[in-house]
Design a protein around this ligand. Structure first.
Ligand code: SF4
Length: 496
C-alpha cells in the first residue's frame, strides 16, 4: 500500500494500523501525490492551537474512503503525552477509513502491539474503575466489547500481582533449548535433540556454572527469587540425571527461600516419564505445563508431533499423581487440518482432564516456521474466531477465568492468546512476564533478561545467545548481563 504522510512522521503508527486492517499489504512511500490507481492512504495531521485533527483518505479496490479524528491537546501533561495523543489521532483517522473500506471491525480495533493489557492496567492504576477502563478501550481504541472486558479482567489480575512483588526480588527464567523433534509451526530457537545430542551435556555443565555464579551475585546483593520458570524448548527433553543436576544447582545455589512458584515446561508428552516428574517434584517444582495443542491425532501428525492423544492422557495421569491438578495445558486454535468441530472435541477432552490452567493460543506463523513455507490447509479467520468463541464459552462455564493475555505478530485473524485458570491457581510468572511487572533474570540460551523499573515503566532488554553452541562460547557476555541485572535490582531495592 502506498502511504503518504503529511504534517507528521508517525510511520510506525500508520504501518501497524495498516497491518491490522490489510495484513497482506506492505508499506511503500512514493514521492508525489496519490492518484487512487492502487491501494493508497493519505494521512494528514493538522495542529491548531490546542486542537489536533487527523484526516485520512484511503483508496481501496477502486473506491475512495475518508475519515477524520479530532482531539484536544490541553490534557497532555508533557511531550510524551502529546506525541502519544498525536499518534492515536492519526491511527484512529486511518483506522476509521479502513473500517469503512472493509466493512468489518477487527476484534482489537485500533489497538496494536502485543501487550493489550498494559493500557487498561495503566487506566486502572490511575484510579478508574473497570467499567471506565472498558469504556475507554471501546470508545477511544475501537476495541470490541468482549475484548475490552477480557483485557480489563486481565489488567485487574496484573495489578494484583504487581502489588504482591517486593523490590528486593526478581523472577528467574532458565532456558533449555532442546526438543525431541521440531514441530512444523515452531519459530523458537529450539534444537532437535537428535542433531544436537553432543551439546546437551556441555550445555547442562555451563548452565550449572551460570546458576552458581548468579547465586553468588544475588546473595551478595541481598536479592531473592520470587517466581521461577524453566522453559525452552522442552526442558523434559533432558534425562532425569541432567534435570537433577540443573535443579540441584538451583536449589543449592540460588536464593529460592521466598520463591512462591516454580514451573517447568514439560511441553511434549513424549518427553514425560515418571522418573523425570519425580525429580522435578523432589526439587520443589510445584507446577508443570503439558502442551497437547490438539487432541486430534491427524492434526498432531500433520504438525510433526511424534506422539498421540493417548500419550497426552497418560502424561496427564502421571502429572496428576505428582502435581495434583497444578498443570497447565496449551491448546492452539487454527492449526492446519483442524476445524471448529475438532477444536471443540479437543477442548472437551482437555476439560475432562481438569488441569488447573488452560492456555488457548491462536496459531501464529512467524519467520522460521516450517508451516509458513507450506501454507495449505490453514483455517480461515472466521473458523478461528468460532474456535475462540467456543473456548471462551466452555472455559467460563467450567469455572475458568482469564488471567493473562498477549498477542503476537503474524497471528491468525488478529486475535490473541489467553491464559485461563481455576480460582486460586493462576501462574504469577506468566503475568509478570507478559505485563513486564518485575525484572526477570534469564539464564541459559534463548532467554531475554529484562530490567524492569516499576516506577517509570522503563524496560531494558538484554538478549542471551540464541543457540546452544553460541551460548557455550559466551560466558563473558552472560556474566555481564547477570551483573547488570543484579546491580539494577539492588539499586531499585535501595530506593525503597
Ligand atoms: S515443542 Fe515447542 S519449542 Fe519444541 S519444537 Fe515444538 S513448538 Fe518448538
Amino acid at each position: 500500500m502506498n502511504l503518504y504522510l503529511r504534517g507528521h512522521d508517525y510511520r510506525y503508527a500508520v504501518e501497524q494500523t495498516m497491518m491490522v486492517l490489510f495484513p497482506g499489504q506492505l508499506p511503500r512511500y512514493p514521492q508525489g501525490e496519490p492518484d487512487g490507481s492502487s491501494p493508497s492512504a493519505l494521512v494528514c495531521l493538522e495542529r491548531s492551537g490546542d486542537s489536533l485533527t487527523a484526516r485520512a483518505t484511503l483508496w481501496w479496490e477502486n473506491r475512495r474512503y475518508a475519515a477524520s479524528h479530532t482531539a484536544a491537546l490541553a490534557a497532555c501533561a508533557d511531550e510524551l503525552a502529546r506525541r502519544r495523543m498525536e499518534q492515536r489521532t492519526v491511527r484512529l483517522a486511518f483506522y476509521d477509513a479502513g473500517v469503512q473500506a472493509l466493512g468489518v471491525q477487527p476484534p482489537w480495533g485500533a489497538l496494536t502491539g502485543v501487550r493489550p493489557v498494559k493500557l487498561p492496567t495503566r487506566i486502572l492504576a490511575s484510579g478508574a474503575c473497570p467499567q471506565q477502563a472498558e469504556e475507554l478501550l471501546t470508545r477511544e481504541y475501537r476495541v470490541s466489547h468482549d475484548r475490552a472486558r477480557l483485557a480489563t479482567t486481565c489488567a485487574q489480575t496484573a495489578l494484583d500481582v504487581r502489588q504482591s512483588l517486593g523490590r528486593d526480588e526478581l523472577s528467574l527464567y532458565l532456558g533449555i533449548p532442546f526438543c525431541p523433534t521440531r514441530c512444523a509451526y515452531c519459530s523458537f530457537i529450539s534444537s532437535d535433540v537428535r542433531g544436537a545430542l553432543a551439546l546437551v551435556e556441555p550445555y547442562v555443565d555451563a548452565l550449572c556454572r551460570e546458576i552458581a555464579l548468579a547465586g553468588e551475585k544475588l546473595a551478595a546483593a541481598g536479592l531473592s527469587i520470587s517466581t521461577a520458570y524453566m522453559g525452552g524448548g522442552t526442558p523434559t527433553t533432558l534425562s532425569p540425571s541432567q534435570l537433577d543436576r540443573v535443579l540441584s544447582a538451583v536449589e543449592r545455589r540460588l536464593p529460592m527461600g521466598r520463591c512462591r512458584e516454580f514451573t517447568v515446561e514439560a511441553g511434549r508428552p513424549d518427553t514425560i516419564t515418571e522418573d523425570k516428574l519425580k525429580v522435578l517434584r523432589d526439587h520443589g517444582v510445584q507446577r508443570i505445563s503439558i502442551n497437547p495443542q490438539t487432541m486430534e491425532d491427524r492434526v498432531l501428525r500433520a504438525m510433526g508431533r511424534a506422539h498421540t492423544a493417548g500419550q497426552i492422557r497418560q502424561a496427564m495421569e502421571l502429572a496428576r499423581a505428582h502435581f495434583g491438578g497444578l498443570v497447565n495445558m496449551d491448546l492452539i486454535a487454527g492449526l492446519p487440518g483442524d476445524d471448529p468441530a475438532g477444536f471443540t472435541r479437543t477442548l472437551e477432552e482437555v476439560l475432562a482432564m481438569a488441569p488447573a490452567n488452560i492456555t488457548v493460543h491462536t496459531l501464529a506463523l512467524k519467520k522460521g516456521a516450517q508451516l509458513k513455507r507450506e501454507q495449505g490447509a490453514l483455517c480461515t479467520p472466521d473458523s478461528v474466531s468460532d474456535m475462540l468463541l467456543a473456548a471462551r464459552g466452555r472455559l467460563s462455564a467450567a469455572g475458568y477465568q482469564p488471567y493473562y493475555l498477549y498477542r503476537q505478530k503474524y497471528m491468525s485473524g488478529s486475535f490473541e492468546n489467553v491464559g485461563w485458570c481455576l480460582p486460586g491457581t493462576r501462574c504469577d510468572y506468566n503475568v509478570i512476564m507478559m505485563e513486564e511487572l518485575q525484572t526477570v533474570l534469564s539464564l541459559g540460551a534463548g532467554g531475554i533478561t529484562k530490567l524492569v523499573d516499576p516506577d517509570t515503566g522503563k524496560i531494558v532488554r538484554l538478549s542471551n545467545p540464541k543457540y546452544p553452541k553460541e551460548y557455550l562460547e559466551s560466558a563473558d557476555k552472560l556474566t555481564a548481563h547477570m551483573g547488570k541485572a543484579v546491580c539494577f535490582q539492588q539499586q531499585l531495592a535501595q530506593q525503597r
